[in-house]
Design a protein around this ligand. Structure first.
Ligand SMILES: O=C(O)C(=O)C[C@]1(C(=O)O)C=C[C@@H](O)C=C1
Length: 297
């Protein structure tokens, strides 16, 4: 069974007990206590009961099964791009995006001794965000389920050859020494998170100037399929702020896209654009409308 490293378990258990007393207030996240997702949940709602899980999928399941009111999930990073699996997990979860949250990410190198280190454990995103730092020092990157979980694991191993890359708070929680702060390669390193809940937000309740909508669509396997799909937004004057392609299955024929637009259903331009998109594509799935946490552009 997947479980957190020993130094994290007591904390995880007490957070789970607290969340069970008032699941509606709980925000589920993937990671051990002290992970970036944990901190994002606390920034988003300081009154929430943070509820840790080993992975993003388990955090989404907790919302589906009513153990948490919502989940805080990282979706993309300014430096290292998309968070893998998320494009599959979000639509499969059946949950809706109800908010977004941006967080400046800073990583520290932490360990039980001063080094030198053979390898650093962390989430693949954090390792990617610190790639130049690790390469310059000849430290091998080893993937772990999350950043703070990697810190707990290094604390449990007590092997001076290994270190972790994690938020500074994780060093405090798991009794590690911070060897170096701010080891991320870009100092504006920022992750965008989305908040998912069972019920979608009513677009009518979102201020029109800040509304965003996220959806996925699958283009037909015909020439200029994406051109036609994007034309729906161009002709209706709807601004698209994100478009990413990904494959589903092994046919490599009809590509799927994940998109964010400014505006929400109820705005006639958005309604017409989405209606036309239905006609031009095999499948359109709305993932949710929510207020922009940061003005685009
Ligand atoms: O492992 C964590 O601390 C997480 O919350 C995950 C995660 C991610 O997957 O992007 C969150 C933010 C940072 O970009 C690095 C890691």
């Amino acid at each position: 069974m997947r479980t957190f490293a020993r130094p994290a378990i007591e904390m995880v258990d007490s957070m789970r007990q607290a969340a069970a007393t008032d699941p509606a207030r709980a925000i589920a996240f993937g990671g051990a206590p002290g992970s970036n997702s944990h901190q994002a949940a606390m920034q988003f709602d300081p009154e929430c009961l943070p509820l840790p899980y080993m992975g993003f999928e388990d955090a989404l399941d907790a919302v589906k099964q009513g153990r948490a009111g919502c989940a805080m999930i990282p979706i993309e990073n300014s430096q290292h791009g998309r968070v893998s699996d998320i494009h599959f997990l979000l639509p499969e979860s059946g949950l809706s995006i109800v908010a977004e949250h941006f967080m400046r990410i800073t990583h520290a190198l932490m360990a039980t001794g001063p080094g030198p280190f053979e390898a650093a454990y962390s989430h693949p995103q954090a390792l990617g965000q610190s790639r130049a730092f690790l390469q310059e020092r000849g430290i091998v990157a080893l993937a772990h389920a999350d950043t703070a979980g990697a810190a707990a694991y290094v604390a449990e191993m007590q092997d001076p050859r290994f270190c972790a890359i994690a938020p500074p708070m994780a060093a405090e929680l798991y009794g590690l020494d911070i060897i170096e702060n701010e080891v991320e390669d870009a100092h504006d390193n920022t992750t965008r998170f989305v908040v998912l809940a069972k019920e979608p937000r009513d677009p009518a309740g979102i201020e029109a100037e800040t509304a965003m909508t996220t959806f996925i669509f699958e283009v037909k396997n015909v020439p200029a399929a994406l051109y036609k799909a994007l034309g729906c937004f161009a002709t209706n004057g709807v601004n698209m702020t994100k478009l990413e392609s990904y494959q589903k299955g092994a046919s490599f024929a009809a590509t799927r896209f994940y998109a964010d637009i400014e505006g929400a259903p109820g705005d006639p331009r958005v309604d017409t654009a989405l209606e036309e998109l239905e006609f031009q594509t095999n499948d359109v799935r709305l993932l949710g409308s929510y207020a922009q946490a940061r003005k685009r552009g």
